[in-house]
Design a protein around this ligand. Structure first.
Ligand SMILES: Cc1cc2nc3c(=O)[nH]c(=O)nc-3n(C[C@H](O)[C@H](O)[C@H](O)COP(=O)(O)OP(=O)(O)OC[C@H]3O[C@@H](n4cnc5c(N)ncnc54)[C@H](O)[C@@H]3O)c2cc1C
Length: 386
């Protein structure tokens, strides 16, 4: 392999995971190549994300990884100078029924024990934080004040720029079509433009991660399902936290929304049943469905004008946890897939974990995290806040 085509590690995908992973890999001195079939960083599912960043999860691995991601996002501008529109507004999970009150309070005990800054607020306390919440039937909710939001596109660009400054190389408009294998080990990738060598190849291909894994002969249970989102006109700040309502309703499971740093309200809803596949054309059913639910929760929103809707993919796993780890069948092939609805918030934390995995410098805590995310786990569990 000519020197210009030989790397220590190749990352397939410059998305929510691949772009920050390139930063961590290059920071640790690894000669890093990132290949993406799209024209620039973050153009896949990454730019469809609405920008929510939370460590409020229901398992220790995602909590740990996201706490680290939050540190990276929240200090990025002061450390590196790029504005990524980080805003520490917190997350609120509202309860309008006993069912949600009970499940949120049950989780709270575990979340606090896992190091999360989170509390239960009763109706009056919650209305002090969000005075516009519909008070009728409101029981209370959890508030995690350290969560926040940022711009997925600005963040991807910031990660890309920093990784490049650190020496990582990027090939855009180039599609990985196969893997180069040598004696059962991965030895590089083949693309529609050439071949590159590396002892480690990371599959961070988002909604296409299962297809890429098949190139190594591995089946992973990652299937894209589509979600829609929208953004309103910008208005003066009136809402601090992201509001998440996990009550099911006809046609939808949870929905969530927040006011971005630049004033727009951005929102999306989880369709029920799920809509599987790669189709990213908007539907006409989304906006009336989500708008009705949001206006019920914050009646004042009825005055806002929606500017744009879009649809994107969650790379879903059966249990809602990512699939991260090295393949036993094809050593050197590392999965960083199945981020579900949380790839943006998990990305930087997973990126650092991948760097330690490639350098075989894992901590004891990493071992625990990787056991939760293992490609070989039993996928029958069900994550509560996916
Ligand atoms: C409506 C909506 C709202 C969301 N909101 C949030 C949110 O608030 N917070 C959050 O954390 N997450 C959110 N998500 C989820 C988030 O977008 C995904 O989890 C995340 O983007 C997945 O990251 P990824 O790096 O795995 O995939 P991607 O960002 O899609 O990156 C994968 C990259 O791989 C490239 N690729 C694929 N195959 C190949 C190949 N063969 N060769 C070369 N390149 C290839 C693609 O072009 C792509 O750029 C949301 C998603 C949607 C749809």
């Amino acid at each position: 392999m000519p020197r210009g085509r030989a790397f220590d590690v190749i990352v397939i995908g410059a998305g929510s995971v691949g772009a920050p992973a390139a930063v961590s890999l290059a920071e640790s001195g690894l000669r890093t190549l990132v290949v993406d079939e799209l024209p620039s960083a973050g153009q896949g599912s990454n730019k469809r994300a609405i920008g929510g960043l939370r460590a409020t999860h229901s398992d220790p691995a995602k909590i740990r990884v996201s706490l680290r991601s939050l540190e990276i996002f929240s200090t990025w501008q002061e450390r590196h100078g790029d504005k990524i529109e980080w805003h520490k507004g917190g997350y609120i999970f509202v309860a309008y029924r006993e069912e949600e009150e009970k499940s949120l309070k049950e989780l709270l005990v575990f979340q606090k024990a896992s190091g999360l800054n989170i509390d239960w607020l009763d109706r009056r306390e919650l209305l002090e934080v969000v005075p516009d919440l519909n008070p009728h039937g409101l029981v209370g909710g959890t508030l995690s004040p350290d969560d926040g939001n940022a711009s997925p596109l600005l963040a991807a660009h910031a990660f890309f720029s920093r990784a490049r400054r650190l020496g990582a190389e990027f090939r855009f408009d180039e599609r990985v079509t196969g893997l180069v294998m040598n004696g059962g080990r991965v030895a590089g990738v083949r693309t529609d433009k050439g071949e590159y060598g590396a002892q480690a190849v990371i599959d961070a291909a988002g909604g296409a991660a299962a297809d890429v894994a098949l190139m190594a002969g591995i089946e992973i249970p990652v299937r894209p399902d589509s979600h829609e989102a929208a953004v309103t006109e910008p208005v003066t700040r009136f809402l601090e936290p992201m509001i998440v309502d996990i009550r099911p309703a006809p046609g939808s499971a949870n929905y969530y929304f927040y006011q971005h740093d630049t004033g727009q309200v951005i929102f999306c809803i989880t369709p029920s049943p799920s809509i599987w596949g790669h189709d990213v054309r908007e539907t006409s059913g989304f906006l009336p469905m989500v708008a009705k639910r949001m206006v019920e929760t914050i009646p004042r929103l009825k005055n806002l004008r929606v500017r744009r809707t879009w649809r994107g993919l969650y790379p879903m796993t059966p249990d809602g946890l990512p699939v991260v780890g090295e393949s036993r069948e094809a050593p050197g092939f590392i999965l960083a897939a199945g981020m579900c609805g949380q790839g943006f918030m998990l990305g930087p934390g997973i990126g650092e974990l991948l760097s330690r995995l490639v350098r075989k410098d894992l901590t004891r805590e990493d071992g625990q995290t990787l056991s939760y995310f293992s490609p070989y786990r039993d996928f029958s569990g069900q994550e509560k806040l996916k």
